[in-house]
Design a binder for this molecule. Structure first.
Ligand code: ATP
Ligand code: MG
Length: 417
């Protein structure tokens, strides 16, 4: 039997409603903050991610699904959303729109990862981007919104960790200090780290190898090297979060896995699961890097698969319950079947959720199926009922039966009572 590729999942009908619940709830919050949806291609030119995400990152060096198409173009399945969104922003001249441009997306991403708990090869992200604001106020709005989204799902033990990784100016000084520190043990680091030493030593701090993690302990932290502007920016973000009583932890160790980040970076970490559910930061240089004008921006991406794993663990709420039919209609005989068809169609056109038998089952089997569908009401039509235009409608929870006229308005009145 052919099986699904490693690291992918089937979201089955008995689970998909949870995804819809999370998506709808998140979408409501995003839209109340003025974010509008953007959809970009699943695949892009490989160069977009090499330039955007950065060619010394794990994502680009190890995790991309890259192939040559039949026209010999190098194509990559998107490993993240921001690069594509920024490309679309530039390509479609969106800088002429009222600024800032606030966008959200809900898209599957592809990374050739070491598959494990919370780490898949196809996974879904819900992301938000604010393009066109350099102010700390944009950081605050975005972080506050992310906090509201996380809190909407009643999952315990999620903490907000923040840091600032400065701008190219403060980073230059910092990288010198970092290179001095790492340089002492460079021979002991993994091969990937060695190759990153000259070009991007900060990447070494994000290495997932145990050995390198140990060597990194006690490394200088960028927060001690911030220039005045970056420092003020970070202080303002913290002050606003304090004012809004959003609790956070300053974690000078956050460097993030993608190269485009500047200044504020943040992660919402599930302490119980030991992984990050939502992460983001400023990327003031990316629009320019990808060929646009100098435009400051900030964004985040939430790992929807991870959120749902935790959500399922802590929530058994009825609120999320799957939709069940309002009415199941069964019939005996040909004339009654005709009546059933007409009623079902008319009721469905009125927006009522109706189930009927479409497997040519016996009456006994049909009623058993009615039970399985968890219909709220049951209506059985035979020849007598057609002749008198009246039938019994049964409340499946209470067992109570009522006579109802076989007219759409009467049935609706009964089942919506
Ligand atoms: P990590 O350090 O955990 O690999 P990252 O820096 O690669 O994370 P981002 O690219 O910032 O993560 O992605 C944002 C969020 O998307 C993550 O916090 C996580 O919730 C989710 N995510 C990232 N990679 C995966 C994956 N392979 N499977 C499932 N969710 C993922
Ligand atoms: Mg990663």
């Amino acid at each position: 039997m052919i099986q699904k590729p490693k690291g992918t999942k089937d979201i089955l009908p008995m689970d998909s409603y949870k995804w819809a619940y999370v998506e709808n709830k998140t979408k409501d919050i995003l839209e109340n903050y003025g974010f509008k949806e953007i959809r970009v291609p699943v695949f892009e030119q490989t160069e977009l991610f090499e330039r955007g995400v950065g060619d010394t990152t794990d994502v680009v060096q190890k995790e991309m699904y890259t192939f040559l198409d039949k026209g010999e173009r190098s194509i990559t399945l998107r490993p993240e959303g921001t690069a594509g969104v920024v490309r679309a922003y530039i390509e479609n001249g969106m800088s002429s729109l009222p600024s800032p441009t606030k966008m959200w997306y809900m898209m599957p991403m592809y990374r050739y990862e070491n598959v494990q708990k919370g780490r898949y090869r196809e996974f879904r992200q819900i992301g938000a981007e604010i393009i066109g604001s350099a102010s700390y106020k944009a950081d605050v709005e975005l972080i506050v919104m992310a906090d509201q989204i996380i809190k909407a799902f009643n999952i315990p033990g999620v903490t907000l960790n923040i840091n600032s990784i400065g701008c190219p100016e403060c980073r230059a000084k910092y990288q010198e200090a970092l290179k001095q520190f790492i340089g002492k043990n460079l021979e002991t680091y993994c091969d990937t780290c060695k190759t990153r030493f000259e070009k991007n030593p900060m990447r070494i701090l994000d290495c997932k190898e145990k050995k390198c993690k140990q060597l990194n302990q006690g490394a200088p932290v960028i927060i001690d090297y911030l220039c005045e502007e970056c420092n003020t920016h970070f202080e303002n973000v913290k002050k606003s979060l304090d004012t809004l009583k959003i609790s956070y932890i300053i974690d000078p160790g956050i460097v993030r896995g993608l190269d485009y980040y500047t200044k504020t970076v943040f992660e919402f970490v599930s302490e119980t699961e030991g992984y990050t559910v939502l992460a983001g930061g400023r990327y003031d240089g990316l629009v320019q890097e990808l060929g646009g004008q100098k435009t400051e921006a900030i964004g985040f991406a939430m790992g929807e698969d991870r959120l749902i794993d935790i959500f399922e663990k802590y929530n058994q709420t009825n609120e999320v319950a799957q939709k069940t039919p309002s009415l199941y209609i069964a019939s005996i005989g040909e004339i009654a079947e005709e009546k059933l068809q007409n009623l079902a169609l008319a009721l469905r056109k009125n927006g009522i959720y109706i189930e009927t038998d479409i497997c040519a089952r016996s009456m006994k089997a049909s009623l058993k199926y009615a039970d399985k569908t968890k219909s709220k009401y049951l209506l059985v039509i035979g020849e007598d009922e057609v002749n008198t235009n009246t039938a019994k409608i049964k409340n499946m929870q209470t067992g109570e039966e009522m006579d109802v006229k076989l007219e759409v308005e009467n049935i609706i009145k009964e089942i919506l009572k």
